[in-house]
Design a protein. Structure first.
Length: 557
């Protein structure tokens, strides 16, 4: 059984890339989009038709319908066959894989797809609810090709992974008025969000005071509603950047996160987005519009005069037939008509469309089967601006200035798994430097615990994890890893308590459940261990380790 414990330890360390978000906003400060509609009927009418306003919801609601003709496919890497079907307004995902060396008994099952994420403009991912805990489905619908395939992040996996949790930070940029259950990682009220998509208040701030002032006849003055157009440049840009600035890593400030941000704040007071200046690929990021625009010659020449809303009206979008004229006019607001050096014949071939040449649609590096507008505004199609000459692992904060060792160290650790070991070394250097100042910073202590655990300094790692859990008992990754350290040291009872607590906060956390099963076997509680493994397979049927341990248990009879 020791080998199984070693396997789960390695998985537990990898889980650190999933930081918990800080508590969300109090709903009583918010009025809801419907309240805005009473005074802003025309804006409401156009806004609710935008992709932003339709970026989440209950499956079967709305006019969008996925094409199920291609809803049956097999993922070559994992060998799992998927089939998406519709029964009334409900959609279901059936999955199966035949017997294999890793899974002699094969595997099959079904999940209901309860909620969607994505407007359908580019595509949609899906969410399943099990006992009010939300998990991402491994399949997605790609609207441009009308194709079903693996959801982003699932393409290269050899296992199906039905237990990926939907955390608040994942959902915040797609839905409004979230209703998480306090202290959990991915449990929500049966109706997990009160508003589909992005609400008016995501850009204008909590509106209850504004609505009350207007109803009382006091006028808009002093009602605290935010008009982003009147904000200082950094605060104005922060409104869009909260969801459209991904960077290489986004690190929460101590005690803050995207969930504490309010329109009017500088986003960097809540989260720090780090860029990798030398990272240039032929592909874009799905949510990298802000950083890409910042690298464009247009933005560099015009400075803060060019912002997202220079070209985009957040309250609506032009009709498809009028889009070329609409965006050409935006370009003409800065560029004179004679500035284009292309011959009239070539301009005509391009449909007299500035965007087709200077903001071409290009594939993204993080979402397959999709193309997004290149906001680097290259002077020639396919030629993106050159990046600075720093090394490939250099990280700098988007809004400039010197990054704190704590933030920068966490950023390097966040990117280490997809870059080089040099990023681990840099993360270790910075986080150890910041250690005396971490105090009760649960997120940073958890990251530092990973550093020490990777160095096999288990005593220091345990102290970090203990500090993190004292500050925030819901820090599940700290609980999993601390339990593993305790189990190594013979403190099995304490380890079991930690893993049970983690599973109460996220019952799909397979590493905690596998560890727990092994611990029960160590104690001779084979019946409890068996039930623990069967429960793990309920949440994720594709766990070869669980099946192997179950087979070992059966062989002992």
């Amino acid at each position: 059984m020791k080998s199984a414990l070693k396997i789960t330890l390695l998985c537990g360390l990898a889980a650190l890339a999933r930081p918990l978000a800080a508590p969300g906003p109090q709903p009583n400060a918010y009025a809801g989009t419907a309240a805005c509609a009473k005074c802003h009927a025309e804006i409401y009418k156009t806004f609710v038709a935008t992709p932003m306003a339709q970026s989440s919801g209950t499956v079967g609601a709305g006019d969008f319908r996925e094409n199920l003709a291609g809803g049956e496919f097999t993922h070559a890497k994992s060998g799992v066959s998927y089939r998406v079907t519709r029964e009334g307004d409900a959609m279901y995902l059936d999955f199966a894989r035949g017997p294999s060396e890793k899974s002699p008994a094969g595997m099959r099952g079904r999940r209901r797809l309860d909620f969607f994420i994505g407007s359908g403009n580019h595509g949609r991912s899906y969410v399943s609810a099990l006992d009010d805990f939300l998990f991402q489905a491994p399949v997605a619908y790609y609207a441009r090709e009308q194709k079903w395939d693996m959801s982003p992040g699932y393409e290269v996996g050899e296992l199906m992974k039905l237990s990926r949790p939907i955390q608040q930070g994942c959902l915040e940029c797609h839905a409004s008025s979230l209703r998480p259950v306090a202290g959990s990682e991915n449990r929500y009220e049966p109706r997990p969000f009160l508003e589909n998509g992005i609400s008016c208040e995501r850009c204008h701030g909590p509106g209850a005071a504004h609505v009350a002032a207007m109803r009382a006849g006091g006028g808009a003055g002093g009602s605290q509603i935010v008009n982003p157009a009147k904000l200082a440049p950094t605060r104005r840009e922060s409104v869009c950047a909260q969801c459209h600035l991904s960077g290489e890593a986004r690190i929460d400030r101590p005690g803050r996160s995207l969930l504490t941000f309010r329109p009017g704040d500088p986003l960097s007071d809540h989260v720090v987005s780090f860029l990798q200046p030398a990272a240039q690929t032929e592909k874009l990021k799905a949510t990298g519009h802000v950083e890409t625009l910042a690298r464009s010659r247009c933005r560099q020449a015009s400075g803060d005069q060019l912002t997202c809303t220079t070209c985009h009206d957040p309250h609506g979008r032009p009709a498809r037939a009028d889009a070329t004229r609409y965006f050409n006019q935006k370009c003409a607001s800065c560029h004179q008509a004679g500035a284009c050096k292309v011959t009239p014949q070539l301009r005509e071939q391009a449909g007299n469309n500035c965007v087709s040449c200077h903001m071409p649609k290009s594939p993204t590096q993080d979402i397959a089967h999709n193309v997004f507008t290149d906001h680097s505004i290259p002077r020639a199609a396919g030629v993106r601006p050159a990046a600075p000459a720093e090394g490939a692992t250099t990280l700098v904060p988007y809004w400039g200035g010197a990054a704190r060792p704590r933030d920068l160290g966490m950023a390097y650790l966040a990117v280490a798994s997809r870059t080089t070991d040099a990023s681990y070394a840099r993360a270790a250097e910075l986080l150890k430097k910041a250690e005396p100042e971490l105090g009760d910073d649960a997120q940073a202590l958890t990251f530092l615990g990973k550093i020490y655990e990777r160095e096999k300094n288990y005593e220091r790692a345990a102290r970090c994890y203990e500090g993190a859990l004292k500050a925030d008992p819901a820090r599940t990754e700290a609980g999993v890893n601390l339990g593993t350290i305790y189990a190594r040291g013979g403190r099995l009872y304490e380890a079991i308590k930690l893993w049970e607590d983690v599973l109460a906060r996220n019952p799909g956390y397979e590493i905690a459940r596998l560890n727990l099963a092994v611990a029960h076997m160590e104690n001779g509680n084979f019946a409890v261990a068996r039930q623990t493994l069967l429960k793990a397979l309920e949440y994720d049927p594709d766990l070869p380790v669980a099946r192997k341990i179950l087979a070992d248990l059966d062989a002992m009879k």
